[in-house]
Design a protein around this ligand. Structure first.
Ligand code: 3NM
Length: 211
C-alpha cells in the first residue's frame, strides 16, 4: 500500500460518536482524512444486522470519495461487504491466518513494541499501527503508554513498512509521532468527538504534512 494513505487515519464505531457516525465520517472526509477504519467495539456497540447496516452505509460514503475502508477485527464482515482491508489487534485472530483469508486486501496489525512489530512484518502486514502514543480513555483494555519513542525503536530495528501511531493523539501531538518515524496518525476521539470534525481533520492533516 502507499504510505501516504496513513497520513490521517480515522477510526470509529457508533460508541465513539455523540452524533450520527455517517455525519462524522462525511465531515472528516471533507476535512481530508486519507483512510478509514470501522471499529464497532465497546459499551453499547451494535451487533448483527445493525452492525452490518452501519458498515454498509459507511462503506458507501467512503466509496463515493475513494477513501479505502478497513474493518477492525471482523474478517467475516470485511469479506461480506468486500471492504478494502482488515485491521487485527495483537489480541485478535492471528495476523497470519487473517492474511490467508483476505488474500491481497490491506492487512493492518497492531503492535506495542519492537518484537510485535517484527512479528507483524513476518505475518505479512501491509502496515503496522503502533500505540498507545499517549494516554487515552477511548480504549479500556489499552496497554501502557509507549510514547512516540517506540516508533523510533521499530525503525531502528529495520522495519520499513508504513507505520501509523495511535492512542491519545490530538492537534499538537501528531508532530512528535511523525518526527519519530511514523507515516501518519490514527485517531478516534480527536475527530469523532470534535464539535467540528471537518476542522479537526484539517488541523491534524496540516500538522502531519508539515512535520
Ligand atoms: N488502539 P483515541 S489506542 C483503538 O494502542 C486504539 O493499540 C490503541 O483512541 C493501541 O484516538 C486506541 O481517542 C484508542 O485516543 C485510540
Amino acid at each position: 500500500m502507499k504510505k501516504e494513505l496513513l497520513e490521517l487515519y480515522l477510526v470509529l464505531g457508533s460508541p465513539n460518536c455523540n452524533r450520527d457516525p455517517r455525519h462524522v465520517l462525511r465531515e472528516a472526509i471533507e476535512g481530508g482524512i486519507t483512510l478509514f477504519q470501522y471499529r464497532e467495539k465497546g459499551t453499547g456497540s451494535l451487533e448483527d444486522s445493525e452492525k452490518l447496516e452501519l458498515a454498509k452505509d459507511l462503506l458507501s460514503i467512503c466509496r463515493e470519495h475513494q477513501i479505502p475502508f478497513i474493518v477492525n477485527d471482523d474478517i467475516n464482515l470485511a469479506l461480506e461487504i468486500d471492504a478494502d482491508g482488515v485491521h487485527i489487534g495483537q489480541e485478535d485472530e492471528l495476523a497470519t491466518s487473517a492474511r490467508e483469508k483476505i488474500g491481497d486486501k490491506i492487512l493492518g496489525v497492531s503492535a506495542h513494541n519492537v518484537e510485535e512489530a517484527l512479528a507483524a512484518v513476518k505475518a505479512g502486514a501491509d502496515y503496522i499501527g503502533v500505540g498507545p502514543m499517549y494516554e487515552t480513555s477511548t480504549k479500556t483494555d489499552v496497554r501502557e503508554v509507549q510514547g512516540p519513542e517506540v516508533i523510533g525503536l521499530i525503525r531502528e530495528a529495520g522495519v520499513t513498512l508504513p507505520l501509523v501511531g495511535i492512542g491519545g493523539i490530538s492537534q499538537g501531538k501528531a508532530e512528535a509521532v511523525i518526527k519519530a518515524g511514523a507515516n501518519g496518525v490514527a485517531v478516534i476521539s480527536a475527530i469523532s468527538m470534535a464539535e467540528f470534525p471537518l476542522k479537526s481533520a484539517q488541523g491534524l492533516l496540516g500538522e502531519v504534512r508539515k512535520s
